[in-house]
Design a protein around this ligand. Structure first.
Ligand code: ATP
Length: 292
């Protein structure tokens, strides 16, 4: 388990991180979200030891982290870190060797990842000859090449089209396995699809952390009521529920004291009903609520 414990960072007179505490568990994909300037990159740099904390501590498996442990991590920094004019295969082998793999192992691991990432036939190409999507793939391959003990990825999906995102997500799931994996993103739909856990920062403070389902559970239960024609606005007058939105014969409601079974009976008593279904609150709304 990778832990941030009361991490604080002050630049000049500005506190950009304020006592931020959270953990990233093995085998869980943890999404790191927050508006621009919330402090995500600063936190990741501190986790990786690229930047020092003003106070607080990074812990690994229950003990203060060491430089040696950090060297085993895979990191995809915001500023990226590969050589634009170096051939892909040479570059990945180089990074694997840098992390202590033997030449034979480094080559085998590189070839495995190039194959897995669909880049085998580009092995001899220079990084800057690749499309943005393929360059991102190589960045992730570089973070994975030495079989890291944890992964810290700063905006790994930025600039990718939805298909490229999907294939990258599959690759990460397959390759990250049991590792703690923290990644930052502004794409909440993607975070929702990919993450088990979530850490939310706002203005340098932690505003929420926990499993996605826990965070969802904080909000009121929502139901969609679809009538067989007619206007659903009458639901506004029903006691025990709150109408979030009405669009013709469809209404979105939250229960405020009324059991779900009563909602069904009330709807049916009023006329023909097509559907009463529980709906999940989208992460974007949870995000807005906690960062408000
Ligand atoms: P984004 O989503 O835009 O990448 P972020 O959540 O990653 O944002 P950070 O890059 O960590 O946020 O920045 C947090 C705050 O710290 C910002 O206000 C930024 O200007 C400030 N900051 C970061 N690095 C420095 C620095 N070296 N000196 C002064 N201020 C800094």
């Amino acid at each position: 388990m990778l832990e941030a414990q009361a991490l604080t960072r002050v630049f000049g007179s500005t506190t950009v991180l304020d006592e931020v505490t959270f953990s990233v568990s093995p085998g869980r994909i943890t999404g790191f979200v927050g508006a621009n300037g919330a402090g995500k990159t600063t936190t990741m740099r501190i986790l990786m030891g690229v930047l020092g904390a003003t106070s607080g501590e990074v812990r690994w498996k229950g003990a203060p982290i060491t430089a040696e442990v950090r060297r085993t991590f895979g990191y995809m920094p915001e500023e990226r870190g590969l050589y634009p004019r170096m051939k892909l295969r040479d570059q990945l082998v180089f990074f694997a060797r840098l992390h202590g793999l033997s030449t034979a192992d480094a080559r085998a691991r590189t070839d495995h990842l190039l194959g897995h990432f669909g880049l085998t036939d580009r092995s001899a190409d220079l990084l800057d000859e690749l499309s943005l999507g393929n360059q991102q793939r190589v960045q992730i391959a570089a973070a994975l090449v030495h079989r890291p003990a944890a992964l810290v990825l700063d905006e790994p999906f930025s600039g990718l089209d939805p298909l490229a995102v999907d294939s990258m997500v599959d690759l990460l799931r397959a390759e990250a396995g049991d590792l703690p994996l923290l990644f930052s993103s502004h794409q909440l739909d993607l975070v929702e699809r990919l993450c088990d856990d979530l850490v939310v920062l706002a203005g340098g403070r932690l505003v929420a952390a926990g499993s996605v389902s826990e965070l969802r559970g904080r909000g009121a239960e929502r139901y969609r009521v679809v009538l067989d024609g007619g206007d659903a606005a009458w639901l506004r007058d029903v006691r025990g529920l709150e109408v979030v939105d009405v669009d013709g014969s469809t209404a979105l409601v939250t229960l405020a004291g009324m059991p779900a079974s009563e909602l069904v009976s009330a709807a049916v008593a009023h006329g023909p009903v097509v559907e009463v279904a529980r709906v999940r609150q989208p992460l974007s709304e949870i995000f807005r609520e906690v960062t408000r």
